[in-house]
Ligand binder design. Sequence first.
Ligand SMILES: Cc1cc2nc3c(=O)[nH]c(=O)nc-3n(C[C@H](O)[C@H](O)[C@H](O)COP(=O)(O)OP(=O)(O)OC[C@H]3O[C@@H](n4cnc5c(N)ncnc54)[C@H](O)[C@@H]3O)c2cc1C
Length: 386
Amino acid sequence: MRFEVVIIGAGIAGISTAYSLQKKGISNVLVVDRAGVNAGSTNRAAGIVSHLFTAKLELGIIKNSVRIFKEIEKESMGHFSYHQIGMLSVGRKRHEQRLFRALEAMRETDVSASLLDKQGIKELVPDIIGDDLKLGVHCMESGYLDQALFTGVTADLLESRGVSIVEGVDVHGIIFGRNREVRGIETSQGPIASDKVVIAGGVWCKSIGERAGLPFHVSTQKAQSMTLLLQKSMRIPIFFDLTSKIYLRPVREKVILAGNGSKLYRGKIDNYPSHAESHFINGFKLRLSSRFKHFYKSKILDAWSGLYCSTPDGRPLVGESNRVKGLFYLFAFQGLGIMFGPGCAGLLSDVIVGQGSGEILPFRAERFVGKPDRRTIYPKHWSGRK
Ligand SMILES: Cc1cc2nc3c(=O)[nH]c(=O)nc-3n(C[C@H](O)[C@H](O)[C@H](O)COP(=O)(O)OP(=O)(O)OC[C@H]3O[C@@H](n4cnc5c(N)ncnc54)[C@H](O)[C@@H]3O)c2cc1C
């Protein structure tokens, strides 16, 4: 059987690409996953959608993702919801310039946000311990989602519209034609024909690319999160602390999800352990207690870890290979794949259908070709990378 487009990976990136293609009238699409929908990092994320960016390009992509979340909310008739509860990002004097620039970029892109002083922060989050804080930016459009539900609901909608989603099929390689153009994929269940293949396999993209002769300049990061049960309810929007890199969001009454950035991971990617490290479990609650009342006596409900890819400039890899016609890629979102994935998938689908999109030029993988492999420089706009 021949498909117009084959997508490798049924995480938020792959499913969102199929969704954007279907919206453009292309339903003869196959999404193939070696494990299943939501089997990768998508299932491990905190689900936070932040607007704390200083570049308009990133803000535009986040806005597109939010538009898609709201679309799916409608199309699924409320089975999935985007929780637009706002986000407070706080910092000390040294973070002033960054917060000002982010606020300016938000205003220029019509994202509603306001600047708060110490008193304003305290009014918004009465339980904060914030004498060291100087200012905060409160963005009303930020929110959170259950990203696994979003991806699952979208996959169901796509299947009902004729898109094929096949689970438990491992992609072993790309099939090329005489002129190294894409002809399909080789899988554990035999070849599948298509002239357009999208690599959206999360942290596995590097090895899929290598097998196709396409080197991707990425490193792997490990991030950890936990959920905690508080003894008392706490009024808080989504919260990001530039000083300690702590982020948190409400889950339900008295339950908070929290985490704090990532570190370089050099271990095996297949079957890597999903449990959190003991020093994170033992130490992170104390760090939360130094920023908020009530955390000291909280109970950890769950703690886990996950992986994601990172690029030297902190921007994702989105585009079509300039070496192999018909080979597209969409990954390396750092810790931002939930907020970036659907928006970037929309831009990539324009390229796939030949409508072009200059907007993704800064995200093309070729930007690193010929450059020495530097230590990863972490993006300034997000959490605790060293
Ligand atoms: C602890 C943690 C917290 C995070 N919090 C946030 C957050 O708050 N906000 C945010 O925006 N982002 C967050 N992220 C980042 C986010 O989870 C990722 O960027 C995003 O999930 C990546 O999605 P993906 O679809 O690219 O990859 P994945 O979800 O990993 O999907 C890739 C899929 O490809 C499949 N696959 C791989 N190789 C093959 C193959 N050879 N054949 C067939 N299938 C294959 C896998 O089985 C997998 O299902 C967080 C990440 C972690 C770990």
